[in-house]
Design a protein around this ligand. Structure first.
Ligand code: ZN
Length: 416
């Protein structure tokens, strides 16, 4: 008599969920096996008896760990940063990317007090400005000046910390162009070129404008497009701002269509200016974001205050569903696509065997729900995505949902 091969054991087995993994084209009821910090199998009816822990996730959606490509989590240093884990695992995300809160001079604190302490994976698109963003964009001098920028210093930090610094954050808005013409954005371009990293471009009026030199709104995007390259990202693609990607126009410019055809990418960057009206006009032209991100941050007008935050990554995904997008696209835009931007698609954004055991388990809660955009416009929906569980490097977490005011009722959130 010969021994039958033993089924391989695992530490954690998620059973019976609807596994949606755009990286492999999977959308089926399957089990996910995890050992240590790795995915070891995805399959039908994997052996339960060989698992140390079995978690029944029937009725839920199981995806690669969600990646929020735009958050602000340098709390206690910038006055509008939120707690990293509140934007991360407690909001259903395993990886979050801070967009420009830290610059080269302020990177060490960001690493020591945010990256090294968070249970969430925190990455950075480093600010073109040496100090990072410090304060919100309201009041006081703006830091985003040519005098406070240094391409060589930034490039040295990017080369020293490649596992954290995955891109460069620049701004192209009426404020910057009114003060410095193209000089500041040219520095952002040079930073991206010097590091070989993608440039993530804030669009839409943000900094205080020098009214004597206010640029014509459409010139801002036209001049921006002349300086972006394939693989760069234009943020806030459904923003209502006049100097934004679409502005008040009915249709996108030929310049924009040409840039996107070369491989320049759009990111949602929900933020405070997300507009259903802009979204519909962009969708009419088939312009949809490659990545969906939140731009979560605290209030710009008060100190260390996240109580006004009323949007999230899960909320942005749910709004995209309400606008008519398919679940498969919405999950691709928060897993595989941002992982590709980060050049980490073999490690995260996938449930492939051997990849990191970062997994999000979501509930699609049915029932009427009213969505709001930054202008107060409403959109009726019938489903909201709510995080149920998160697996981060193999460890199971129950999200508190503390900041998920847009997708939960008060009693569905934990205060912790
Ligand atoms: Zn932002």
């Amino acid at each position: 008599m010969t021994d039958l091969p033993r089924p391989p054991g695992c530490d954690l087995l998620l059973v019976g969920g609807r596994v949606i993994d755009p990286a492999s084209g999977t959308d089926a009821l399957l089990d996910v096996a995890i050992t240590g910090d790795r995915i070891t199998a995805v399959g039908n009816a994997l052996p339960r008896q060989a698992a140390r822990r079995v978690v029944d996730v029937a009725g839920s959606i199981v995806t690669p760990g969600l990646i929020d490509l735009h958050a602000h989590v340098y709390r206690h240093f910038t006055d509008f940063g939120v707690e990293a884990d509140d934007a991360g695992i407690n909001a259903g995300c395993t990886t979050i990317v801070d967009q420009g809160s830290a610059g080269a001079w302020t990177f060490d604190g960001f690493k020591a007090f945010v990256v090294d302490r968070a249970r969430t994976e925190v990455l950075l698109f480093i600010s073109t400005n040496l100090t990072g963003t410090l304060r919100g964009c309201r009041g006081g001098p703006v830091c985003q000046t040519p005098e406070l920028s240094d391409v060589d210093v930034l490039a040295r930090f990017a080369a020293r910390f490649p596992e954290i610094i995955r891109g460069v954050k620049g701004h192209s808005d009426s404020g910057g162009w009114s003060h410095w013409g193209k000089r500041m954005f040219e520095i952002s371009r040079a930073c991206a070129d010097a590091t070989g990293l993608p440039l993530y471009v804030h669009t839409g009026e943000l900094w205080k404008v020098d009214e004597t030199h206010r640029p014509e709104p459409r010139s801002v995007m036209r001049d921006t497009l002349a300086l972006v390259r394939p693989g760069d990202l234009l943020a806030h693609c459904y923003s209502c701002r006049d100097d934004g990607i679409l502005g008040p126009q009915a249709r996108p410019s030929q310049d924009l269509l040409d840039a996107l055809a070369t491989g320049v990418l759009l990111d949602l960057g929900h933020g405070v200016n997300f507009s259903f009206h802009t979204a519909r006009r962009m969708m009419d032209a088939q312009l949809i974001p490659y990545t969906i991100s939140s731009d979560v941050h605290g209030d710009f007008y008060t100190h260390d205050n996240d109580t006004t935050l009323d949007y999230s990554l899960l909320g942005a995904m749910s709004k995209m569903l309400a606008l008519g997008f398919e679940p498969g696209y919405v999950i691709r835009a928060t897993t595989l696509n941002p992982a590709t931007v980060l050049r980490m698609q073999s490690e995260i954004g996938t449930l492939a065997t051997g990849s990191r055991a970062d997994v999000s388990v979501l509930d699609a809660v049915a029932g009427p729900w009213t969505w709001r955009d930054g202008l107060g416009q409403t959109l009726a929906g019938h489903v909201r995505l709510v995080p149920r569980l998160v697996v981060r490097k193999g460890t199971l977490h129950v999200p508190t949902r503390r900041l998920l005011r847009d997708v939960t009722r008060p009693w569905e959130r934990l205060a912790a």
